[in-house]
Design a protein around this ligand. Sequence first.
Ligand SMILES: *Cc1c(COP(=O)(O)O)cnc(C)c1O
Length: 408
Amino acid sequence: MTTLSRPTVAVGELRAPGAPAPAGGIPLCVPEIRGNEWQYVHECLDTGWVSSVGAYVNRFERMLAETVGTSHAVATASGTAALHTALLVAGVEPDDEVLVSTLTFIAPANAVRYVGAWPVFMDAEPRYWQMDPQYVVDFLRRHCRRSGGVWRQRATGRRVRALLPVHVLGHPADMSSLVDVAREHELVVIEDASESLGASCHGMPVGKLGDIACFSFNGNKLLTTGGGGMLVTDDPAYAARARYLTTQAKDDPIEYVHGAVGYNYRLTNVQAAIGVAQLEQLDRYVEAKRRIADRYADAFDGIPGLCQMAEAPWARATFWMYTMLVNPVGFGRSSRDLLKLLDLQRIQARPLWQPLHRSPAHAGSPLADCPVADELYEAALSLPCSVGLSEADQQRVIAVVRAAAVDG
Ligand SMILES: *Cc1c(COP(=O)(O)O)cnc(C)c1O
C-alpha cells in the first residue's frame, strides 16, 4: 500500500484565501488516499489510456450508479459541469426561474445563470439547515400561478421550471416533501448531492430522489478524483442527452458533424481511476466521518451556546463537514472570534458560505427574504473533520473549543 504525501492545507473552495494552515496545523478537510489509487493510475499510464475515454470511466460510472441505485450515470469534468448539464437536459431555458437553496456553495446558482435562467433563493429550515419545504410551498402558493400551461412567478412573469435543492454538509434535504410540492407544480427536480454522497433520506440514497442528481469529486468532498463530477438519473432520455452534450454533441465521429453546441465536460480515465479506488472506500469514509461527529457531539454536550449538527429521524447523514452553531450569548464568543482563536492554534475552521440571496454575484436575481439562512451563516463554524483525522488531533481541537468557552 502506498500513501501519497498529504497536503497540509484544505483544498477546493474551503481553503481560506491566503491563509493556509501552517505545517503542524490541523487542516479542515483533506483527501484520504490510501487505497488502490496508485495501482489504478499506474495502469492508466502504462496502457496509455489517460484521456476522456477508457475502462475506468465506464467502471466509475457503473459503480456510482450502483451506489446510488440509478440506472444511468454520466461522468463529468466537475460537479459544476454536471449541474450545468442537468439544467440543459431538464429543458431549463433562458429567463426561466429555478428554485435554489440560498444556504449553499455558489455552484448551483451559477449553473442556473450559465443557461440564462434565474435562481430564486429558498430559505433553510433551522433544524437540519436544508432547503425548507414550507418556504417552497409558500412561495409557489402565494407568489406563483399557472398561466398559459406553465407555472409563473406573478412578480416577474417568468416560468418556474425546476427545483434545485442542495443536500448541504452531508445531510439530505427533506426530499419527500420537496418532491411532492415539485410534482404539484410540474417542476423538474435536480438534486445537488455534491456534499452528500453516501447519505440517505427515508432509506433512499441521495441522488435517487429527484429526476436528476449531481455529484462532485472536488478535493474537499467526501471522495475525490482531484476534480470531477457525475450526473445520475433513471431517465434514459436525460442520460443520453447528457452524454451527448458533455462530449461536444458529436453526431458523426468520423466526419465531425455536430448536432448542437456541446461541451467538453468529460472526466479523464486517470481521474476516474482515482474515483474507482476512492469509491471502494466509501463505507469506511462515512464511518470515519460519523465517528468524528459523534466525538465532537459528546465532547461539546452541555457547553452553553454550542448547538451541534443534528440528524433527522428520517435521515442518515454522512457528516461530511462537521459544523456547529456558536451562540455568543451562551458561549461568550462569536463564531468568528472562535475562528480566530482556533487559527492562532493552527487549527483550520471555516464559516459557511455567504447565503446566495446576499451574494453580489447574484444581485440580479429576484430579492428574497431568508432570515434562517442569515442566522445560520452568522453562527456556523465547521471544524477539522478529514477522514484521516487522528483522535489526538481531534482532542486538540476539542480542548481549544472547550477552553474558549471557559475563558469566555
Ligand atoms: C463542491 C460543490 C459543487 C461544485 O463542485 P465542483 O466539482 O467543484 O465543480 C456544487 N455544489 C455544491 C453544493 C458543492 O459543495
